[in-house]
Design a protein around this ligand. Structure first.
Ligand code: HEC
Ligand code: HEC
Length: 430
């Protein structure tokens, strides 16, 4: 059987379908306050944790088959095991943190915080990206330091600021005595509890978290009434005057309606000016010369070198503070925004792009420039972004849109109209 029909059959015959909107879903509250020295509480599973249906409008069947490794297809047994592991705090050093701690299904698999908090309440350097559609990412993490989901999954388990296990073997031994796990590993992989299959199961689950079925997908499928006039104008702007498609599309020549990323890395002027980049780059070259993955991971999550972004991986000066272009699906419910969670609303994000921020940042991407967008145009672009919210998050998305809209009428910390309508500034040399 080819992978494609295998994947389809599997989803249809065995996996729960996510109804929309999900039971009891009531929008997104602020993340819970924490006791000092404590990790955030483990979120519940609920319907939003369930594997998604390939029958969703907009589901890219061919692309999904192409990114599914033949060696580890998401069989129902592996997926069920993976979902259980994703929520299991026993994989962490002190039994308090699971993947879901920072990737909460109710928050579209993010944590709602600017930067994530892990074991012992340790605060990392980066914002938690959604795991929805991560299966389509060409690389994982904001700096692409993991090439596959399998490589990615290993890192938080031992990162001292995330799950803090001393080793993968230690994490696996935490569940090895559990009869249910023993049976589930046997069923999924034909052998007992082991590290490698633990990671494979987690990624099998992640590969079912495909999120489409948004108003935009219905619009593209031919339902002209699925999105507002504002969202339609925003989609036009996205591909023209606002220049978003230069990075948030597979190619700038053809409209991309699937993953909204070029799978590349760019410095778009986030955060860099707050740091002493030169000395940090020297430090990274010195300390991370071997490119040893766990060392890189620790640097990215726990040290100020985090700000160097893609440079940590490539050591190329042009990659200083370059970060991965993220997929924009469900972005209405995955704030705060950017790799450091430094912006609170999509209006702030738009104001950032509109002024072509990063004037004195020598590594700024060539494609960043003032956009001269008017206030109604900015509202249209946000309406378009909001139309990328998948059906299970409709209520949350509507409520968050209303909240951000209200904030944006009075509070616009990033807005600089004079610069937005000014000339493109000269880039300083490296
Ligand atoms: C303490 C919080 C925390 C925990 C626990 C955690 N993550 Fe993450 N996750 C993050 C942050 C923060 C990032 C981004 C880090 C970076 O880019 O450097 C991330 C990135 C990812 C990505 C990459 C997504 C992308 O778009 O590049 C995936 C996939 C992921 N995590 C899955 C997992 C899995 C699986 C586990 C459990 C084994 C896990 N995470 C545990 C916070 C966490
Ligand atoms: C030069 C490439 C480039 C252009 C042009 C661009 N983006 Fe981005 N976008 C990125 C990168 C790279 C990031 C991540 C940057 C970071 O976190 O440091 C990003 C992040 C975002 C985010 C935050 C997503 C999240 O999950 O935090 C949104 C929203 C966004 N872009 C929307 C847009 C819109 C709308 C436009 C057009 C006005 C646009 N982008 C233009 C490259 C680009």
């Amino acid at each position: 059987m080819c992978v494609k029909s295998f994947v389809a059959l599997l989803f249809i015959s065995h996996l729960a379908m996510v109804a929309s909107p999900a039971n009891g879903e009531t929008g997104i509250s602020p993340p819970p306050a924490l006791e000092p020295g404590k990790a955030p509480p483990l979120p519940g599973q609920g319907l939003l944790a369930a594997p998604r249906s390939p029958g969703q409008i907009g589901f890219p069947t061919a692309l999904t088959a192409a990114v599914t490794p033949p060696a580890t297809p998401p069989t129902p047994a592996a997926v069920a095991l993976g979902q259980k592991l994703f929520f299991d705090v026993r994989l962490s050093g002190d039994g308090t943190v699971a993947c879901a701690t920072c990737h909460d299904p109710a928050r579209a698999f993010t944590d709602g915080r600017s930067v994530s908090i892990g074991i012992h309440g340790r605060v990392g350097q980066r914002n938690s990206p959604t795991v929805l559609n991560a299966l389509y990412n060409k690389t994982q993490f904001w700096d692409g330091r993991a090439a596959t989901l399998e490589q990615q999954a290993a890192m938080p388990i031992t990162n001292p600021f995330e799950m803090g296990s001393t080793s993968l073997a230690d994490a696996a031994s935490g569940i090895a005595g559990d009869r249910d796990y023993q049976a589930q590993f046997m069923l999924a992989f034909g052998r007992g509890v082991n590290e490698q299959d633990m990671l494979r199961a987690i990624t099998a689950y992640e590969r079912t978290l495909a999120s489409f079925d948004s108003p935009f997908d219905h619009f593209i499928a031919g339902d002209d009434d699925a999105v507002s006039a504002a969202a339609k104008r925003g989609w036009e702007l996205f591909n023209t005057k606002a220049r978003c498609n230069l990075c948030h599309a597979l190619s700038a020549d053809k409209r991309d309606v699937t993953t909204f990323t070029d799978n590349d890395f760019h410095n778009i002027g986030i955060g860099i000016l707050r740091h002493r980049v030169g000395p940090l780059a020297e430090q990274a070259e010195h300390e991370l010369a071997q490119g040893h993955p766990p060392a890189l991971d620790t640097a990215a999550i726990t040290s100020e070198m985090s700000v160097l972004g893609r440079f940590l991986v490539t050591k190329r000066p042009a990659d200083i503070a370059a970060f991965k272009t993220p997929d924009l699906r469900n972005v209405m419910v995955t704030g705060p925004y950017f790799h450091d969670g430094s912006m609170q609303t999509l209006w702030d994000v738009m104001d950032h792009y509109n002024k072509g921020d990063g004037l004195t940042d020598p590594w700024l991407d060539e494609d960043i420039q003032p956009l001269a967008m008017t206030e109604p145009e900015i509202d249209d672009l946000v309406a378009f972004l909001a139309s990328l919210t998948s059906a299970p998050y409709k209520t949350a998305g509507d409520e968050e849109f209303a909240r951000q809209f209200a904030v944006s009428r009075t509070d616009r910390p990033q807005r600089d109209t004079a610069r937005a309508f000014g000339p493109k500034p000269k880039r300083p040399p490296f």
